[in-house]
Design a binder for this molecule. Structure first.
Ligand code: ZN
Length: 433
């Protein structure tokens, strides 16, 4: 297995929740010489300096300050969250048959049946009392802890004909046998390394215990949880770290809460990205007119995985705008602008991919299917700069384990390395990259 794929699998395995994904990004950035800035303190940045900032423990923006007057921002955005089941505050749920389950509700548009009958565990963050304050601690139980058992075919003869699953009834996972004993709360406290009474609140999620792996006759495919969107996040990070100084500010932004509509304090539909850009520009003395001109010379790549043609159901794909696994980076189009790609951003990104010698594929939903949504148009409503929606082709999107192509990660890294090494400049209507 090549080093890049190994790195992707390690990142996926080490990121069972959005909080862990952001912690791993912060660790990678710190290792590459980036320093953390804090939103609650004034920022001082120096030319050539490398920085990142985190909001809500789950969204991150990183940037490098150019050594000369900067022209604009070259931004790429992905998301840290994935569809899962979120634990309720009162987690233990005594159930029939002397069983103890955990009380959960769906987070995002998950493929529910894919979560059945497989070992799952719990990860997230707890808020812990420390003296007079409250601090966040990441937790990952990191062992096979619960299973969501399906109903036997003998009792539900329709099980292979599209049985409906009720999240309130069918999805609470089995923790063990017995009554509400407080064992789960004790386990979380023990994992966090704090006394149980010091845990004030928590955000905990289930995750599949299945490790990310490569498969296929030529080991050309990946099976892993959370490929949407950690494959794009990982690819953008590698390109970001490999890029050369362009005279523009490279910005890597990873948002939480894309799977639930982005309208949160740290989602794409928040002020997070605009706050970061304004504060960075302000720290460099670029304000007012100069800041607006810099924005007009900026570009955004919204990177979120795309649907590949399904081998059993090619009818769900458009006849021509249908990406294939290992076919390269996908540019997404939608006439209603649910994907925000327009002719200008399309042309710019195609030019980038040409320079990177990366194959480009096109994706449109079938004209009679609404399709999904992503970050691009939501970010654009806060930051009106040319934006292209891209992604890597995958199957089984939002299932507990998804499938993608090994070679596509490298294509994205190459494209993003070129992208972050360029400036987007407009002069009297003409564009140069
Ligand atoms: Zn996504």
């Amino acid at each position: 297995m090549d080093e890049l794929t190994r790195g992707l699998l390690d990142f996926l395995n080490a990121s069972p929740s959005c909080y862990h994904a952001v912690e791993n990004l912060a660790r990678a950035l710190t290792g590459a010489g980036y320093h953390r800035l804090w939103e609650e303190e004034p920022w001082t940045v120096s030319e050539g300096g490398k920085y990142f900032v985190i909001r809500g423990d789950s969204s991150l923006a990183a940037f490098q300050v150019p050594r000369r007057d900067f022209r604009g921002f070259m931004i790429a955005a992905g998301h840290s969250d994935s569809p899962t089941l979120k634990l309720r505050r009162q987690a233990e749920l005594p159930s029939a048959g002397g069983c103890l389950r955990l009380s959960v509700e769906p987070y995002g548009g998950m493929v529910m049946r894919s979560w059945l009958d497989r070992p799952l565990s719990v990860a997230g963050r707890v808020l812990v009392r420390e003296g007079n304050g409250i601090a966040a601690r990441l937790v990952n139980v990191d062992r096979d802890l619960v299973v969501i058992p399906s109903v036997a075919i003998h009792m539900d003869r329709n099980v292979n004909k599209g049985t409906t699953l009720d999240p309130a009834v069918d999805l609470p996972p089995l923790l063990g046998t017995g009554e509400d004993s407080g064992a789960f709360r004790r386990l979380v406290a023990e994992t966090a390394g704090v006394p149980e009474e010091d845990i004030v609140s928590s955000e905990l999620f289930l995750y599949p215990r299945t490790a990310a792996t490569v498969f296929g006759a030529g080991e050309e495919l990946i099976s892993a949880p959370r490929l949407d969107d950690l494959q794009c996040v990982f690819g953008c990070l590698q390109g970001f770290l490999a890029a050369e100084d362009s005279g523009s500010v490279p910005v890597l932004c990873v948002f939480n809460n894309e799977e639930v509509g982005s309208a949160t304090r740290q989602g794409a539909d928040s002020t997070f990205l605009t706050d970061v850009l304004e504060r960075l520009a302000g720290a460099l003395g670029v304000t007012g007119e100069r800041y607006q001109a810099a924005l007009a010379n900026s570009f955004l790549v919204s990177a979120d995985n795309a649907h590949a043609v399904h081998p059993a159901h090619p009818e769900y794909a458009d006849k021509k705008e249908a990406p294939v696994l290992n076919g390269g980076v996908v540019i997404k189009y939608n006439a209603s602008q649910r994907y925000t790609t327009d002719a200008l951003s399309d042309a710019v990104f195609r030019q980038i991919c040409r320079e990177a010698e990366v194959p480009v594929q096109s994706y449109s939903n079938r004209a009679d299917l609404p399709g999904g949504s992503t970050l691009g148009n939501i970010s654009s409503s806060h930051l009106s700069i040319p934006t292209v929606d891209i992604g890597l082709p995958q199957l089984a999107m939002h299932a507990a384990c998804e499938v993608a192509g090994v070679r596509d990660t490298e294509a994205l890294v190459r494209a993003m390395t070129v992208y972050f090494s360029r400036s987007f400049c407009r002069r009297e209507g003409a564009v140069t990259i």
